[in-house]
Design a protein around this ligand. Structure first.
Ligand code: MG
Ligand code: ZN
Length: 368
């Protein structure tokens, strides 16, 4: 009996201290803190192997070492074991696993509410920056609804009438009636600088700004795109500054390098993405109120970092370990798990292993 009483009192003491701990203000404050701004970066086609190349090729550290909250996503689409970029981005922006080629639509081809619509309802400013055409599958899935990613003209029209406030990328040829529509929706469209946007731009926060700097995709890094991705992203941050904002930034061409099985193309695009992340993290470190999430829709190319192979004197296949000879095993996408890196208020929610469309729920839960 005495023993039972002492166990009971221990349980009561434990319960009381647990409850007081759970209700203490300091605990609640750190768990419930929401960021003012959310910056979502997508390296299209960037698997763990692509990121690993930065560790082989780098002169100094990569931006990825600055993240402490890391997770993994499983990326199959609603129709295929291997996703395309439209279904991959729709999972992020609408929270549904849909069919490959779908832009902001579900399996039944009906539009699904996207993050741009949700953020604009909460009066966030919204930015889109990409090194592809701004109407390409990844950015399009955040602001448009189309039954197929190839409907570029339709998607371009939807961008101008959407709640997006700032965009930069290529795709000028897809905007049919640019003068009339930009006046109608109060856009200042600039297509004069290719490829860097000056970082001292004086932008009027009452207007909307679009930079269409190439007819279709932006030039490759190797074709002197320069620091477009970084400067356009920083221009968006500085433009929004005081208002809460959501910005999607895409390193679009890591994927294109993978499709071409062109290792140098992959690495140069990845380095560009890496230096953009670095600049964004510098900003977020100072700001302390911005969540930065970096991930990819899928891996492209089946990139592998094995050593050179040779056949020994017994006719056996062997591999040297003293060098790395990158190789690709497909011209398409693969289904490997994709890493997610997060920094800032709410970053801890992105830890763990989960499905790609969970990203949508996590971001939505962190809206103010
Ligand atoms: Mg893309
Ligand atoms: Zn692709």
């Amino acid at each position: 009996m005495l023993r039972n009483v002492s166990i009971l009192s221990m349980v009561l003491v434990f319960t009381a201290s647990y409850l007081s701990c759970g209700s203490s203000k300091s605990v609640n404050r750190s768990v419930g803190k929401k960021p003012k701004n959310i910056i979502f970066l997508i390296g299209d086609g960037m698997g763990l192997t692509q990121i690993s190349t930065l560790f082989m090729e780098r002169d100094n550290t990569s931006s990825f070492e600055r993240f402490k909250s890391i997770g993994f996503i499983n990326t199959p689409s609603g129709s295929h074991k291997i996703t395309d970029s439209a279904a991959g981005a729709t999972a992020f922006s609408c929270g549904v696993k849909t069919y490959n080629n779908a832009v902001g639509m579900g399996l039944d081809t009906t539009p699904v509410t996207n993050l741009v619509e949700l953020f604009s309802e909460q009066r966030y400013k919204i930015g889109m920056v990409a090194t592809s055409s701004i109407t390409h599958a990844t950015p399009a899935s955040f602001y448009a609804h189309a039954s197929h990613r190839n409907k570029h003209y339709d998607i371009a029209g939807q961008l101008l009438s959407s709640s997006v406030d700032f965009f930069a990328g290529g795709g000028k040829k897809f905007f049919r009636d640019l003068d009339r529509e930009s006046k109608l929706y109060n856009w200042q469209i600039d297509s004069s600088f290719c490829c860097s946007i000056p970082d001292s731009l004086e932008l009027d926060p009452e207007k909307k700004y679009g930079y269409l700097l190439a007819s279709d995709g932006m030039p490759k890094m190797s074709e002197s795109r320069g620091d477009f991705l970084k400067t356009a992203s920083l221009a968006a941050l500085n433009y929004f500054d005081k208002d809460p904002y959501f910005i999607m930034i895409e390193g679009s061409q890591i994927d294109w390098g993978g499709h071409s099985n062109d290792y140098d193309y992959v690495v140069s695009e990845l380095k560009d993405f890496d230096q953009t992340i670095d600049a964004i993290l510098d900003y977020a470190e100072k700001d302390k109120n911005t969540l930065v999430v970096v991930t990819a829709d899928h891996e492209t190319g089946g990139l592998s970092l094995g050593g050179p192979q040779y056949v020994d004197s017994n006719g056996k296949k062997r591999q040297r370990y003293n060098a790395i000879e990158p190789s690709f095993n497909t011209g398409g996408h693969t289904s490997t798990l994709i890493p997610v890196f997060a920094y800032g208020p709410g970053a801890e929610h992105f830890q763990g292993v989960y499905e790609n469309n969970e990203i949508f729920n996590k971001i939505k839960a962190l809206m103010r």
